[in-house]
Ligand binder design. Structure first.
Ligand SMILES: [Mg+2]
Length: 319
C-alpha cells in the first residue's frame, strides 16, 4: 500500500489526472516494463501518483509487520497550525496550542498587508514557551515587496522559517530575499529532487521542506534528507493532508533520520473518517505512532501475479 495525495494548487495532480496516470502505469506493466521502472516513469510526470506506487513496492518488500504494524519506537515532535484572522484570535489559538504541549506553531501568510500579518505573527510569538518558534508559510502568495516588508517587521522575533514566499520557479527572487532578510527562507514547492536541494544551498536558502507524497518513495526521501544535511540546510518534514497511511510512513522516516524539529505529518488527525484503522495519536504536541491495522490485508499477504525487480531498488531499507 502507498498513499497518493491529490493536492491541486501544490502540484497539478487532480483526482482525474491520477486515474489517468494509474491507467498509463497499468499499460506500462502490460507492455512488460518492470514495476519500479514504470513507477519511476509515472513519477516523472505525476510525482504524487509515482510516490504512492513506489511506497507500495517498498512496503510490499518489507512485509506487513515492518511496514505497517510495528510501532514507531520514539514519539516525534509535531508542529501545529495556528488559525485566526485577528491578533486576538491568533493569541487565543496559540495559547491553546502551547497549553496542549506544542512548541512549533505554523501560520499562513500572504493573505493581507504586511503590517497586519506581522501583528498576527507577533501575537503568536508572544504566546510561545521559551524554546518555541513560529514558522510562516506564504504558499507562493507574497509579492517581493510584501515579503521584504514582512521580514523587516518580524526581525528579532522567533520566526524559524519563512516558507515559500514566491512561485516554485522564482529562484532569483527567493535568493534576493534571502540576501536582504534576516528571516531564514525555506523552500517547499520549489523542491522536487536532489538537484533542487543543491540549488537551494547555493541560493542562500536556509532550509527545505520535504514530503514523502512528492518524492519517489521512502528510500529516496531518506536520501534527500541526507543530502540536505550534507548541504548544511535545515529540513522541515511532513505533510498535513495525508491520512494515517502516509503519516505513518513519514513518521518511520522521521524516526529513522532522527529529525528533531516539529514534523507536519498530522493529516490523520483532521479526517472525519480514516480510510484505515490506525493507532496514531497526538499527546503533548508529539506524534505517538503505534502502527496501522488493516483488516482486509491482515487476512493474508497480498497476492501478486508478477515479480518485482527488487534488484532495481537503489538501496534496501535497513529498518
Ligand atoms: Mg508549504
Amino acid at each position: 500500500m502507498g498513499e497518493i495525495t491529490p493536492l491541486p494548487g501544490y502540484g497539478h495532480e487532480t483526482d482525474a489526472l491520477i486515474v489517468q496516470a494509474l491507467g498509463s502505469f497499468a499499460e506500462q506493466l502490460e507492455s512488460g516494463i518492470p514495476y519500479l521502472q514504470a513507477a519511476l516513469n509515472t513519477h516523472a510526470s505525476a510525482p504524487m501518483t509515482g510516490s504512492g506506487l513506489i511506497c507500495a513496492v517498498e512496503t510490499w518488500e518489507e512485509g506487513l509487520e515492518t511496514a505497517f504494524h510495528a510501532p514507531v519506537p520514539s514519539s516525534l515532535p509535531l508542529a501545529a497550525f495556528c488559525p485566526g484572522n485577528t491578533p486576538e484570535e491568533i493569541a487565543a489559538s496559540a495559547t491553546d496550542l502551547v497549553g496542549q504541549g506544542y512548541k512549533d506553531l505554523k501560520l499562513k501568510v500572504g493573505r493581507m498587508d504586511a503590517a497586519k500579518e506581522a501583528e498576527l505573527v507577533q501575537a503568536a510569538c508572544a504566546a510561545l514557551p521559551p524554546e518555541g518558534s513560529v514558522r510562516i508559510d506564504a504558499n507562493q502568495r507574497s509579492s517581493f515587496d510584501h515579503a521584504l516588508a514582512l521580514c523587516s517587521l518580524l526581525e528579532g522575533y522567533p520566526v524559524a522559517h519563512f516558507e515559500q514566499p514566491f512561485g516554485p520557479h522564482d529562484w532569483e527572487d527567493h535568493s534576493k530575499l534571502a540576501e536582504r532578510s534576516t528571516l531564514p527562507i525555506l523552500l517547499d514547492e520549489s523542491i522536487e529532487n536532489l538537484s533542487d536541494i543543491k540549488r537551494a544551498a547555493n541560493s542562500g536558502i536556509s532550509a527545505v521542506k520535504l514530503k514523502l507524497c512528492k518524492h519517489p518513495g521512502m528510500n529516496a526521501t531518506e536520501a534527500m534528507i541526507s543530502l540536505t544535511r550534507e548541504c548544511d540546510l535545515g529540513v522541515i518534514f511532513g505533510n498535513g493532508v495525508q491520512s494515517a497511511l502516509g503519516n505513518h510512513l513519514e513518521a518511520r522516516i522521521a524516526n529513522a533520520c532522527a529529525l528533531n524539529t516539529g514534523i507536519e505529518s498530522n493529516g490523520f488527525a483532521k479526517m472525519a473518517h480514516s480510510p484505515m484503522e490506525h493507532r496514531l495519536r497526538i499527546a503533548q504536541g508529539r506524534l505517538v505512532d503505534n502502527g496501522l491495522t488493516s483488516p482486509s490485508l491482515d487476512k493474508g499477504e497480498p497476492t501478486l501475479e508478477y515479480t518485482f525487480p527488487i534488484e532495481l531498488l537503489s538501496t534496501k531499507r535497513n529498518a
